[in-house]
Design a protein. Structure first.
Length: 264
């Protein structure tokens, strides 16, 4: 979906599954991707970090403690930061039981496993977390992603965006990978000056729904960019964002949003 064009039909709002269908499956796992696809998501969002041995894995928190059984498996390794564990160690962890017993045995996916699981079935919204903690991660990301045929197909089909809260780092990545669309995440309302500056090099402005108003949506569109809002889990908020004509809604419940869009 892009900004409305004069005389054209209203664009459809994209359903973006936040960490996969994370309301119904353990976030950022292959099970969450499968459900996101079953829930007819247009795009799947993720979070990316780097292990001690330089592998890229899908994990939101800097620590493994909340979403795996790391405290039981490695009791003496507090504070259980992702960057202090090798991929082989992380692959021993159960990333599903914390959510519900039926997901026992889910593993933390690598970035490659995640990209291959999404494949051609949805778009990809990639979010390296705290990239300032991982020196050189922009080069690691670029090398890894370009080695994956599914990523290259998605790039050619204009179904990939890489987003970050760290706008200085994102600019470094964009200079390295100018053909990859990028999005600026905002936890506070972007000013008109922020939006004008972003439009010189970024393709999306992606703020929290709660910090913006309809004028923000109009400003982003007038600047020629798209706007996706997060993390929108209630029906009333979904309808508000749809009325404002955002391009995409990032939600833990893509099935709820799909249903609202279908019923109109
Ligand atoms: O996609 C936007 C959203 O994911 C940003 O916040 O903390 O859920 O990564 P967070
Ligand atoms: Ca995220």
């Amino acid at each position: 979906a892009g900004p409305a064009t004069a005389g054209g039909a209203e664009p459809e709002v994209e359903v973006i599954a936040h960490r996969g269908s994370s309301g119904a499956a353990p976030e950022n796992t292959i099970a969450a991707i499968r459900l996101a696809l079953a829930h007819k998501s247009d795009v799947v969002e993720n979070d990316i970090q780097r292990t001690r041995d330089g592998e890229l894995v899908i994990m939101h928190d800097l620590t493994l403690a909340r979403t795996t059984d790391v405290e039981e498996v490695f009791p003496d390794r507090a504070p259980w930061n992702v960057r202090d564990f090798t991929l082989a160690e992380i692959k021993q962890l159960d990333a599903g039981s914390w959510f519900a017993p039926e997901f026992a045995g889910e593993r933390v996916p690598t970035l490659a496993e995640w990209v291959n699981a999404v494949g051609d079935r949805a778009g990809m919204l990639l979010e390296p977390k705290s990239p300032e903690l991982y020196p050189g991660i922009e080069a690691d990301l670029d090398e890894e992603l370009r080695s994956l045929p599914a990523f290259n197909r998605a790039l050619r089909a204009d179904r990939v965006v890489l987003q970050s809260f760290n706008h200085v780092w994102l600019r470094v990545y964009k200079d390295l990978a100018p053909d990859v669309p990028v999005g600026l995440l905002y936890g506070v309302k972007p000013t008109e000056a922020d939006i004008a500056a972003a439009a010189t090099w970024a393709q999306q402005v992606n703020p929290a729904l709660g910090v913006i108003d309809q004028a923000t949506v109009e400003q982003v569109h007038a600047a020629g960019m798209e706007i996706n809002v997060w993390t929108v889990n209630g029906g009333q908020d979904m309808r508000r964002a749809i009325n404002w004509q955002v391009d995409g809604i990032i939600t833990n419940y893509p099935q709820v949003l799909r249903d609202i869009l279908r019923r109109g």
